[in-house]
Design a protein around this ligand. Structure first.
Ligand code: ZN
Length: 455
């Protein structure tokens, strides 16, 4: 018998409304018991881990991760991506299908499952493509993807532009009870935009990516969710308009949901003009960097680690996303972890690929922007990383109920630490947050009762 006792932590399990100092006993990969008297009944050979002063919660789930395998192993692999996940406190991730080849058939799904079984440190769930080769022209075999075990379909990185094709995809998805996750981008409005359309795109001479380019597709998705009854999940929402559309649609009972990523509710487009402009204009108010006491992080203008899709928006959008998370409009938090090689990012801003790594910084950034600023309590934040994504995807995860898989995250919500390039699990280093002093850190990731990573 394999057993582990997590002793004396603050156990927070939003799915069961539990928040109390307690022990968690894990036996043979399952949660066996939770409570104050648990320690007295443990098997004699049980391993004991003192977690007093720390938070113990259901293993965190990130439903938006690019693992880059197969085909782009120079950026990331299943082994390195899942190490980064474990270091960030995540015990389950969902990998996106825009690999080479794309995950648009059952054979590639089986390949990922097989590699993940051998090499992954955490649970890897697979999202299949909506269309063949993510080309937006012809539907992927959605039924056979479902049989192969995908938990959702998405053309993430791309967006199905043909509304009729999207409608058919949704009808199939509904038939197979799969949520459709959508990267909301109207190509005719966005064209070749690289940053938020506004003052800074003008000042910096970079092509604008207008908020309406996202909102147009969010609105389309609301109408199609209403038409088909299929569940649509809007990925990485970045604009005030998107949040409001979602809020109103949810009030009307439409089966639609949304997610937000920490970079969109921490940074703004002023960051592309360099750190000085950012800290002067949009820095005040974000997690208490007091420039009088401590020099804030510095970076140059046109730093491509601030280029992502959708782009960083205005401070008004940032505030609206934070409000959307706080009032429950946005029920899921995730990273959109998107590793790229140095040589790909070390080019002119226009030519660099979109995306940043995020698995190791997202918990801290969420705690800093939501918990330490008193917008949300710990339980509400944890819910957005556990029961929220588990419910959307129908995963039997995100709970510490006795009998559940023993996927557990242990973290310190207050610990200050510096994100260091040399200490990252990811194969890529395209993060804007290196050198930042962050607050809140994972201490252990336990998957199926095994400590896959501890500090
Ligand atoms: Zn995307």
């Amino acid at each position: 018998m394999n057993s582990l006792l997590l002793a004396g932590g603050r156990v927070i399990d939003p799915a069961n409304g539990f928040d109390s100092v307690a022990d968690v006993l894990i036996v043979d990969g399952k949660i066996s018991a939770i409570g104050s008297g648990t320690a007295a009944n443990v098997p004699p050979e049980c391993e004991r881990m003192d977690v007093s002063g720390l938070v113990v919660c259901p293993g965190l789930i990130d439903l938006h991760v690019h693992l880059r395998e197969p085909g782009q192993a120079a950026k990331e692999t299943i082994a390195t991506g899942t190490l980064a996940a474990a270091r960030g406190g995540f015990t389950s991730i969902v990998c996106m299908p825009n690999t080479s080849p794309a995950i648009d058939n059952s054979g590639t799904v089986a390949l990922i499952h097989e590699r993940a079984r051998k090499e992954a440190l955490v649970n890897v769930f697979v999202a299949g493509a909506i269309t063949k080769n993510i080309a937006g022209e012809e539907l992927a075999p959605i039924g056979s993807l479902k049989r192969a075990g995908v938990v959702a379909i998405t053309d993430d990185g791309h967006c199905v532009q043909n509304n009729d094709l999207m409608r058919r995809a949704l009808e199939y998805a509904r038939m197979f009870d799969l949520p459709v996750m959508d990267h909301c981008q109207d190509y005719s409005l966005v064209t070749d935009g690289v940053v938020n359309e506004g003052y800074w795109s003008m000042a910096l001479g970079l092509r604008g990516w207008p908020p309406a380019g996202e909102e147009m597709i969010v609105a389309r998705n609301i109408l199609l969710a209403e038409t088909t009854g299929a569940r649509i999940h809007c990925q990485h929402l970045s604009t005030a308009g998107s949040v409001e559309l979602l809020r109103q649609a949810k009030k009307r009972g439409i089966p639609i949901s949304g997610e937000a990523c920490p970079h969109h509710f921490t940074l703004t487009d002023a960051a592309i003009a360099g750190s000085e402009k950012f800290w002067n204009q949009d820095g005040p108010g974000i997690f208490g960097f007091d420039s009088k006491r401590q020099a804030p992080p510095a970076w140059p203008s046109y730093d491509t680690n601030f280029k992502m899709n959708p782009p960083l928006r205005s401070s008004r959008d940032r505030e609206a996303v934070l409000e959307g998370i706080s009032d429950g409009t946005i029920e899921i938090l995730c990273s959109d972890h998107a590793p790229h090689c140095d040589y790909e990012k070390e080019v002119e801003f226009d030519h660099a690929p979109f995306g940043i790594t995020g698995l190791e910084t997202e918990l801290a950034l969420c705690l800093m922007q939501l918990y330490h600023t008193k917008r949300l309590g710990l339980s509400e934040i944890i819910a957005r990383f556990t029961s929220g994504p588990a419910r959307l995807l129908g995963l039997r995860k995100g709970t510490l109920l006795p009998g559940a898989d023993a996927d557990v995250t242990v973290f310190d919500p207050d610990r200050a630490w510096v994100f260091d390039k040399g200490a990252s699990g990811s194969k890529s280093v395209n993060s804007p947050f290196y050198g930042w002093t962050l607050r809140g850190k994972a201490v252990a990731a336990i998957v199926g009762g095994q400590k896959v990573w501890t500090e």
